[in-house]
Design a protein around this ligand. Structure first.
Ligand code: 5GP
Ligand code: MN
Length: 331
């Protein structure tokens, strides 16, 4: 999508109150881009009052400057002149959606394909970039950049690309990453601490999910689920389940991986990943969710079997289309 690049500082120029927020259950890209934006605007617009509201982020992100200033109570004083919604469209803002609705001006910066044009008065949506962090960095005036801002952007990029492994990693992404590490922060330690390191309970949950996974559709799909009882037993939160879906996805022969956890009675939060040709964003959107071509999610009601059956049907439709296309191409 080609879009004229907004001038971020111009858009915020006369704003007294700026509020930054992102999606519910914030991930590395959401937290990294919100804090990068926060640090940048505080520096570039010292007169403005800048604030970040997000659901409580995972402790591993404490290494990003400004982490302690994130407000998870969503208490906003006075009118918001500029609301910046990052890494999502308004329906995933959670408690911040009401603040968004009442703000004088809304800016939306996102890279999800399911967010077609953006939901703000001013939009910067580019589906071709790896992460919202990469998009946000593109809008920053380099004169205000520093090592702390660079680190926040870098964390966003590494998390959404699975450490530069997913297909959303482009030569441009790597060039941006190279520029960022020139600011001089300890990037190998950051990757270990925020991405690879797991607590004992997290490893146990990963182990259980792998052990209980089921492959179907002749090995092209894999599914696993964690029920509420198990989550309660480990006193686990959704962030303790990060990484399970990635491990399922790299099972040899698998095109599509499904991981779900029970969020309530007959309700599952579903994560979808694909390797080469299934557009999981289409599947997620069908069930009211969204995401990217190779990584998407949604919430579905029903028993485990209902959920698997319903999702499988959508995946199978795409696999059939793919086979049909291949047959026609071979003719
Ligand atoms: P995950 O499976 O890691 O939760 O999410 C994968 C991708 O899909 C992320 O980019 C995430 O923002 C998006 N996503 C996950 N769940 C939902 C959902 O319920 N609605 C929308 N619109 N996007 C989702
Ligand atoms: Mn993202």
């Amino acid at each position: 999508m080609i879009m004229e690049k907004m001038n971020l500082l111009e858009e915020c120029r006369d704003a007294g109150n700026i509020l930054i927020s992102g999606h519910i259950r914030p991930d590395g890209d959401c937290i990294g881009s919100c804090l990068a934006m926060y640090l940048y605007l505080k520096k570039a617009l010292p007169e403005a009052s800048v604030k970040v509201c997000l659901e409580k982020p995972a402790e591993v992100f404490r290494c990003i400057k400004g982490f302690d200033e994130i407000d998870s109570t969503y208490a906003v004083e006075g009118d918001v002149d500029v609301f910046i919604a990052l890494d999502c469209e308004k329906s995933r803002l959670g408690e911040a959606e009401e603040i968004f609705a009442n703000a004088r001006k809304c800016i939306n910066i996102d890279h999800h394909v399911s967010n077609e044009r953006g939901c703000g008065d001013v939009n910067h949506v580019d589906h071709s970039l790896s992460s919202t962090a990469e998009l946000v960095y593109d809008l920053f005036d380099r004169q205000y950049m520093d090592a702390e801002i660079a680190k926040a952007v870098y964390i966003g990029i590494v998390h959404d690309t699975g450490i530069f492994r997913y297909s959303n990693t482009s030569p441009r992404t790597l060039r941006v990453a190279a520029e960022l590490i020139e600011y001089g922060f300890e990037f190998p330690a950051l990757i270990d601490e925020t991405f690879y390191e797991k607590t004992y309970a997290q490893n146990q949950l990963l182990g259980r999910a792998l052990l209980e996974s089921i492959i179907f559709m002749h090995g092209k799909c894999i599914v696993s689920a964690i029920d509420k009882k198990t989550l309660d037993f480990y006193n686990a939160t959704p962030e303790d389940l990060e990484g399970i879906i990635s491990q399922l996805r790299i099972t040899k022969g698998v095109e599509c991986a499904i991981f779900m956890y029970e969020t309530g009675s007959l309700e599952y939060k579903v994560s979808l990943r694909s390797c080469r040709y299934v557009d999981v964003s289409r599947v997620a959107v069908f069930f009211g969710g969204g995401g990217h071509v190779r990584a998407a999610g949604c919430t579905i009601n029903g028993t485990f079997h209902d959920v698997v059956n319903n999702i499988s049907k959508q995946i199978e439709l795409q696999m059939d289309e793919y086979e049909q296309r291949n047959k026609e191409a071979a003719r």
